[in-house]
Design a protein around this ligand. Structure first.
Ligand code: ATP
Ligand code: MG
Length: 424
């Protein structure tokens, strides 16, 4: 961490030695002031991008159109951005054109919140023209300038507002909050990818519960470009501690389960949000497995008298169907629920151990391969029977009714073969 800061100071000193102004700005100043770990140091300077490129040996033109040059110091990248103001805002998003300026003050003025509009010079002097320090002390989040104007310029700032409020435990100041409530319909202009990024960061952050509260109380999710099922989350009884769940995807799955969304709805939302395939699949599997276990346990009318064996069977079958990892995730979700059915309580108590003890959960773990079965039943042609046979062996092995040894598996395969062929 020290080293990271030293590199930033090197960049700043070199620039000032050449007669330019240079400061640490934005998130790093805020996080330093709060005593938080700084993720990356951003530097603002009066030097133009070409000048920055000529002053440092190793640079990458990462964002020349925004005036940003990445400078490498001991292989660590630092973003150096020329003081600028932004041209006209288009489509309620930040502009593509920028205008370079000569003073820091105006550069700070274009920034979103007072706490993000502070700078530090090479001697550690804080430059804070909008009272960011005071706002942080009062745990207050405030727009630089007129909140309405700032949110109209760039509607994404409203989501950033909620994210920062949650992450740092801040209360949006009155004018900022009322501007947000007034202008939230402008979020319909923001690309869903941007909404996704903010949403996942909020859920991944230090205080996901506060993030959810803010999403509910502001009602912003009702105004996204594409309609989300998640928009139906509403205030009400408090949520369990979401930060006990390992990551943003578990937390998101938990929200879907809580609002009673189906796996299809969760899946559709995540597509709308342009989430990755892996992210979507992970959440969809958690919601599906949860739904399915609930239905199966619920459809069993004598639910309360279901035997331990039946419960274990349902659990292990779900692990085969949705993957052991998914069931571990579902277990984590149950562990945070306060109202559990009798079956769910058993799954919380025993589910993890059952998964650990499960000898196999996938066909690939079986001590027999499809090829071996083909050989055993030659000259039978491959067909759906093969998959069915493997599935039957997997189920018996997973449930502990059959040992995962080649000989035993081949014998069981022979016993099942006729019956399975008959189905075809
Ligand atoms: P973090 O990276 O921890 O989310 P950050 O403050 O570094 O927080 P970035 O998105 O990395 O946030 O942006 C860096 C700085 O650029 C911000 O601190 C802020 O000063 C400015 N900034 C970023 N996005 C906007 C925006 N949409 N409107 C105005 N200023 C912005
Ligand atoms: Mg940052």
């Amino acid at each position: 961490a020290e080293k990271l800061e030293d590199g930033a100071l090197k960049v700043i000193r070199r620039l000032t030695d050449r007669g330019f102004e240079a400061y640490m700005v934005g998130g790093c100043v805020r996080d330093k002031w709060l005593g938080r770990k700084v993720k990356d140091y951003d530097i603002a300077t009066s030097a133009r991008p070409e000048q920055v490129q000529s002053i440092f040996e190793r640079t990458i033109p990462t964002g020349l159109q925004h005036g940003t040059v990445t400078v490498l110091i001991d292989r660590v990248p630092y973003e150096v951005t020329t003081f600028r103001k932004e041209g006209d805002y288009e489509g309620f998003r930040r502009p593509s054109e920028v205008e370079y300026i000569d003073n820091l003050h105006e550069d700070l003025q274009r920034r979103d919140f007072t706490m993000n509009a502070m700078a530090l010079d090479q001697d550690g002097r804080l430059i804070d023209p909008f009272g960011g320090q005071e706002d942080l002390r009062l745990k207050r989040l405030r727009c630089v300038g007129q909140a309405e104007e700032r949110f109209r310029e760039d509607a994404l700032r409203m989501l950033r507002c909620l994210r920062f409020a949650a992450e740092y435990g801040l209360e949006p100041e009155t004018a900022t909050w009322s501007a947000l409530l007034l202008l939230k319909p402008l979020l319909g202009h923001i690309a869903m990818e941007r909404v996704q990024a903010e949403l996942l960061k909020m859920l991944a952050g230090a205080n996901p519960n506060l993030a959810v509260d803010l999403l509910c109380s502001s009602g912003v999710l009702q105004h996204t470009k594409k309609k989300l099922s998640l928009a139906s989350i509403a205030d009400g009884k408090p949520w369990p501690n979401l930060d006990r769940l390992p990551d943003e995807l578990h937390r998101l799955a938990f929200l879907y389960i809580r609002i009673g969304a189906t796996a299809e709805q969760a899946d559709a939302d995540m597509r709308h949000l342009a989430c990755s395939k892996q992210q979507t699949e992970k959440v969809r599997l958690m919601v599906t497995a949860h739904e399915r276990l609930r239905n199966e346990a619920g459809n069993n009318k004598v639910m309360d008298d279901m035997s331990m064996d039946q419960r274990k069977r349902l659990w292990l079958l779900a692990a085969i169907r949705y993957g052991r990892g998914t069931l571990r995730n579902v277990h984590k979700l149950y562990s945070q629920e306060e109202h559990l059915s009798p079956s769910q309580r058993v799954w919380v108590a025993e589910g993890e151990r059952w998964l650990d003890e499960m000898p196999v959960s996938e066909v690939s773990e079986l001590a027999v391969t499809g090829q071996e079965l083909m050989r055993l039943f030659a000259p039978a042609k491959p067909g759906p029977w093969l998959g069915r046979l493997l599935a039957a062996l997997l189920e018996e092995t997973a449930l502990g009714e059959l040992s995962n040894e080649t000989e035993a598996l081949l014998k069981a395969a022979e016993a099942h073969y006729e019956q399975i062929r008959e189905i075809e």
